[in-house]
Design a protein. Structure first.
Length: 299
C-alpha cells in the first residue's frame, strides 16, 4: 500500500504542478514581448544602419565618417567629463540626503518630499530654469551683486570658456537627477538590519567608522545599482545641454541628434548611438568590477 502511494504520488504532484510551473513564464511573457518589440528590434535596426551605407552596402563608412567629424572627439570628451564630475558629486549629495531622510530627527520624512521635487521637472524645463539663473542678467548675478560679492555681472554661459558652460550643466543635472539616486539609496539604508547599527553603537563607533565599516559595506549592491543607473543616464543627457550650451557645447547625444536632424543621415546617427551604447557598457563593466558583491568575491 505504501509503495503504491509512493509510486503514484510523484505523478499526481507532477500533474497538479504542471500549470504552476509555467505560470512564472506566462507572467514574464508581456514584459519580454515589450522588450523585444520596443528595445531589441530598434537596437538591431540601429546596428544595421550603423554598418551600412545609404546604398545598402555593408561596411564601416558611417563609422569612419563619425570618427572624421570635427565635433566627435570634443563631444566624447565632454560626455566623459560630465560623467566623471557628476557621478561622485551626485553620489555624495544623494548619500547625505538619504542619511537625513532615514535619520531619527524630527520631520526627517518631510525632506523626502522636498528632495523629490526636482523629479517633477522635465530635463528641458530644468535646463530653461537654470538658464534663467545663469544668464548675465539672471538671478545668480543679481543676488551676488546685491551682497556686494561682484562688481559687475559674470558671464557664466561664456561659450569661449567651455569649462564654465560644462560647470553650469553639472549644476543643473545635479539638481535635477540626484533625487533618483536618493530613492535607491534610501531603500538600501532602510534595508540595513538595526542590529548592525546598534552593535556599532555598543562598540562606540564614530560616524565615520560607522559609515565605513557598517553602512557602506551593507549597501554595496544598492550603491552599485545607483551608480549604474546614473552612469547610463549620464550618456543620455540632451535637453539640459541644449538649453545651457546651445550649439557651442556638444555631447554624444546632441551629436546623434544633429546627425539625424541637420545632416539627415540616419546611418551616422546610428553610429553615434552605437558609440553611446559601447561606452555605456564599458563604464558599467568598470563599476561591476570595482564593486563586486560578497557572492562574487566568494565570501
Amino acid at each position: 500500500m505504501t509503495e503504491a502511494v509512493r509510486t503514484t504520488s510523484p505523478t499526481t504532484e507532477r500533474g497538479r504542478g504542471g500549470p504552476r510551473r509555467w505560470l512564472p513564464y506566462l507572467l514574464l511573457a508581456p514584459s519580454v514581448a515589450y522588450l523585444l518589440i520596443f528595445f531589441a528590434s530598434p537596437m538591431i535596426q540601429a546596428f544595421g544602419l550603423a554598418f551600412t551605407s545609404t546604398s545598402g552596402e555593408w561596411g564601416l563608412g558611417s563609422v569612419r565618417a563619425m570618427l572624421g567629424d570635427d565635433r566627435f572627439w570634443p563631444a566624447l570628451w565632454t560626455t566623459l567629463i560630465l560623467l566623471v564630475v557628476l557621478l561622485p558629486l551626485q553620489f555624495a549629495l544623494a548619500l547625505a540626503m538619504s542619511m537625513v531622510i532615514t535619520s531619527r530627527l524630527r520631520a526627517s520624512g518631510f525632506w523626502l518630499y522636498v528632495f523629490l521635487l526636482p523629479l517633477g521637472v522635465s530635463e528641458l524645463g530644468a535646463g530653461i530654469l537654470w538658464y534663467s539663473i545663469f544668464v548675465e542678467q539672471g538671478w545668480l548675478n543679481t543676488v551676488l551683486q546685491s551682497f556686494g560679492l561682484i562688481d559687475r555681472p559674470v558671464i557664466w554661459l561664456d561659450y569661449r570658456e567651455p569649462w564654465r558652460v560644462v560647470g553650469t550643466i553639472v549644476v543643473a543635472e545635479a539638481w535635477r537627477s540626484t533625487s533618483l539616486i536618493v530613492i535607491i539609496l534610501v531603500g538600501g539604508l532602510r534595508a540595513i538590519p538595526r542590529d548592525y547599527l546598534e552593535a556599532a553603537d555598543v562598540f562606540h563607533a564614530g560616524p565615520w567608522q560607522r559609515m565605513r565599516h557598517v553602512v557602506l559595506p551593507m549597501m554595496r549592491p544598492t550603491i552599485r545599482t545607483a551608480l549604474i543607473v546614473r552612469t547610463v543616464l549620464a550618456f543620455e543627457v540632451f535637453a539640459t545641454v541644449v538649453a545651457l550650451g546651445g550649439t557651442g557645447t556638444d555631447v554624444l547625444a546632441t551629436q546623434a541628434n544633429r546627425a539625424y536632424t541637420e545632416y539627415q543621415d540616419a546611418h551616422l546617427a546610428s553610429a553615434y548611438g552605437l558609440v553611446i551604447l559601447v561606452v555605456s557598457l564599458v563604464a558599467v563593466g568598470i563599476i561591476l568590477a570595482a564593486l563586486p558583491t560578497r557572492k562574487e568575491r566568494g565570501e
